[in-house]
Design a protein around this ligand. Structure first.
Ligand code: 5GP
Length: 136
């Protein structure tokens, strides 16, 4: 199977601007810099998405994402941070290797747009909640 781009970065075949590295986790600047300081945090072991990553590894990645978010507020003067991970193409994932985006936010129109519409009309919320709860 062809290596994904993050596996190549982890193996040193493609350069990156490293922010953090340990045995299990690597963090580096996203090439697109949606906002200044946009960082990606990835596990060194290959897992396709957040959903298929073992809990211990997922926690290590999230720990580093949290620390980087804190630094972005302190150092870069960000007013907020979006921490997100896209799972599968339908959710916007373009690189099939679990990664967490840490995106500092400076103002509402700073390059990052996340729109959440209210589509609750017509849904049976008690039933929906019950179904999800019973499958957890
Ligand atoms: P996704 O769309 O999968 O959630 O995010 C993938 C991210 O990887 C994008 O924000 C994109 O800019 C970033 N990216 C893609 N290729 C490279 C690369 O070669 N180097 C770095 N540093 N980031 C990359």
């Amino acid at each position: 199977m062809e290596k994904d781009i993050f596996c190549k970065i982890i193996d040193g075949e493609i350069p990156c601007y490293k922010i953090y590295e340990d045995q299990d986790v690597l963090a580096f600047l996203d090439i697109s810099q949606v906002t200044k300081g946009h960082v990606l945090v990835v596990p060194k072991e290959h897992y396709e998405t957040f959903l298929s990553t073992p809990q211990e590894t997922m926690h290590k990645v999230m720990d580093i994402a949290q620390r980087i978010g804190q630094v972005e507020i302190k150092l870069l003067g960000a007013k907020g941070v979006n921490i997100l991970t896209n799972c599968y193409e339908a959710a916007g994932q373009s690189v099939p290797h679990f990664h967490v985006h840490v995106i500092p936010r400076y103002e509402k129109r700073d390059g990052f747009i996340l729109e959440m519409k209210d589509n609750s009309k017509g849904l049976n919320l008690p039933q929906l909640a019950e179904d999800i709860k019973n499958t957890l």
